[in-house]
Design a protein around this ligand. Sequence first.
Ligand code: BGC
Ligand code: ZN
Length: 367
Amino acid sequence: MKAIAVHPGKAHTMHLRDIEKPSISDIPNGRGVLVKVLQVGVDATDMEINEALYGAAPAGDDYLVIGHEAFGIVEEVGSAVTHVQPGDYVACTVRRPGKSIYDRIGRSDITSEETYFERGINLLHGFMTEYFVDDAEFIVKYPGALKNLGVLAEPASVCAKAIEQAYAAQQRLQVWEPKKAWVMGAGQIGLLATMMLKLRRLDVCTIARSPAEGNLKAEIAESFGAQYVSTKDQSLHDVAREHGRPDLIIEATGNSMIAFQCMNVLNLNGALVLTSVTGGSRSTEIESDKINLEWVLGNKLLLGTVNGNFRHFQAGIADLALGASMYPGVIERILTHPIDGMDQYEKLLPLLSDSSVLKVFVNIAKG
Ligand code: BGC
Ligand code: ZN
């Protein structure tokens, strides 16, 4: 069967290759689920992998099948599988457990091991192919009525985790009732986070560089009830003066300089949540005395978050469902650039490197 792969560590090596079709017997104890892939999303992580900034091939292979945002339909299940059956729509988690205590309690998303295993990213082949098999533990049932948004299940899990972690960590304050949130960046993570925070009744500014006029990302943010703010002609200090300092910032620009600039504007007792995976090697200067003083005197929290586990997928899917009924027709506007078939893989990278493009995904089969 066909798959899109790269040679990790070598830049610009994306190619189509033939790989063996997996079978449920690849997974022991009757726990295998064979999934026919319908759609796979791509994101900045795939671009970094293709640029050799990030990612690694499985041991013994010189290639990595890419794809970590999978949506498909179950074709066959092993005898011990009960929570999904053939014909069910499903998404699949990305990270696989190592040996730490967190891995053993189903929290591989917070593994304490340096080496992590992620399908389509690090040391495990991904989903950009016709079929995949995995242990039932990682297969998340997805509502068929919402199948047009299925390819957003994985990014939604990442956002659901980021928000959940912020609220969990802020229990340190005994009472935390955030009023204002800023979402930095208006890519898929920024927009889904915007929606989720609006569903939690926060006053949200979605902040990105591009001007609002004629900008789809601004229209989507505003359709969720957020304010879209462009930083093309103003600094974050200006934005804070006009809109007030945020109690919560979700940083999802992919730009580490902005992550640090956010430290200047967070409100007292606030939480700054960093989600950008920055594989490059840029460095930046910050006003460290000022920031350190403000953060100490203001009891502020800096929180890094990555990945989403089974539970975060369920939370993300629940929010997609609630968002689809609260804001009819809005979430699907994120799905801007379908590519029909893996044969057209050469179209992926030019689209991914165009910052005005929102969501690129490959239609692999109909279902
Ligand atoms: C993926 C996450 C993953 C992270 C780090 C992101 O693009 O969506 O699932 O944990 O990259 O590799
Ligand atoms: Zn991703």
